[in-house]
Write a protein that binds this ligand. Sequence first.
Ligand SMILES: Nc1ncnc2c1ncn2[C@@H]1O[C@H](COP(=O)(O)OP(=O)(O)OP(=O)(O)O)[C@@H](O)[C@H]1O
Ligand code: SF4
Ligand SMILES: [Mg+2]
Length: 450
Amino acid sequence: MSIIDKFKKNKDNGKTSDNHYLTGKEIRAISKANMKEMRRLEKAKRRRVPESEFTAEMKDDNNILEIENLHSYFFTDQGVVKAVNGVEFSIPLNSTVGVVGESGCGKSVTSMSVMRLLQGPSGQIVDGSIRFKAIDYKRDENGKFIPIYERDENGEIVREPVLDKKGNPKLDKEGKPMTRPKQRVNADGLGEYETEERVFDIAKMPMHEMYRLRGRQMSMVFQEPMTSLNPVFTIGNQLDEVVLLHVPDATKQYAKKRSIEMLNLVGIAMPERVYSSYPHELSGGMRQRVMIAMALACEPRLIIADEPTTALDVTIQAQVLELFNEIKKKMNGSILLITHDLGVIAEMADYVVVMYAGRIIEKGTASEIFHRPCHPYTQGLQKSKPTMKSSGDKLFNIPGNVPNPVDMPNHCYFRERCSQCIGKCSGDYPEMVEVSPTHFVACHLYAKDD
Ligand SMILES: Nc1ncnc2c1ncn2[C@@H]1O[C@H](COP(=O)(O)OP(=O)(O)OP(=O)(O)O)[C@@H](O)[C@H]1O
Ligand code: SF4
Ligand SMILES: [Mg+2]
């Protein structure tokens, strides 16, 4: 029995005087229980474990990300906020998956969980898997990256002379010139290293291993660029830092070249000038483009964009969305696009996930969700979209509010707001029902046994 259930029981027995406020004693008890759980989870995050504990297999090889039964909670003095409560969806390679839902439904917490950026100790992933297919560097027994060596026509590794600081050949004890295997270099003159495709379970990864993925394999574009960019460093400094941190053997010259290339890619005119500007010298649209350039600097396989256009006006919004589409093609990557704007989703997404109060209530292809929405909430969302036809009419709204996240009911969370409620809706929370091989809905109206 959870601590909340215990308090509910106490309330029912009339042991507490108030139905809405917790007493000091109750808060202390919740706090104590939370502390125990948070300590356990924080310890688990810092543990050193063999790689086998956080590597996994993809269920479907066409996916780049598979989220399964994800539970991310916040341990607060008022109780446990189940911000993400059993979320499951996948992102196929080279596709855009849009996540929609009203404010507070857990969209950002889901994306933060994927990046492992939930603010501890109160925010924690308590259960589930987040499998991500990464191109990881191979390592030797000392944990060092394994270089790719140049080979001659017979397949033999080519050796090169070892030079001292002045550029003269170094000699061994017998006076012979020393040699070493010659590492292959890419077009930018950087040494190449062996890579392999590996699947990591992010939810089980210790925090110190996350640097392998964050920035290099997956990156995030936040809603408000001014709070994500550091006001005291130039754009160039901040872009270079990403490259220097994540590209092995990167030099300052290479970082600058790459940063300017990225500024060009995101459509910034005069990238050299922007490179030496400070964030406050740029417009909102340019700052968002810089954020996208920063996210792209290491050619990630997955870009998570959390409301990337909410702070922008409509023309800039259209340009930034277009930019995302172009980038997806160029980078051969996938995008997880989080927004509460159905218009943005319609424009961008191949698949759509609809969230409500920490759970997925419907998911399918964009066409299924827009043309055949099943869940009463998704239907309501569609109806509440302003259109030219409805000008002058009152805009449709979904009455009521989301239940208290600390004390979710056992029945469908949408019941109190639903106009299509049936007898079964007072029973257990509805299971996900398959409407088509790609379309699923959690609603009793579609239960197969009816
Ligand atoms: N630090 C925190 N402490 C406690 N609860 C939190 C915290 N951060 C988020 N939550 C709760 O988690 C739930 C999900 O929040 P989240 O930020 O994911 O919503 P969202 O869907 O991104 O909303 P929005 O569209 O407004 O960005 C909310 O109920 C929120 O109150
Ligand atoms: S399960 Fe019942 S209450 Fe919930 S959305 Fe479906 S019809 Fe409405
Ligand atoms: Mg959010």
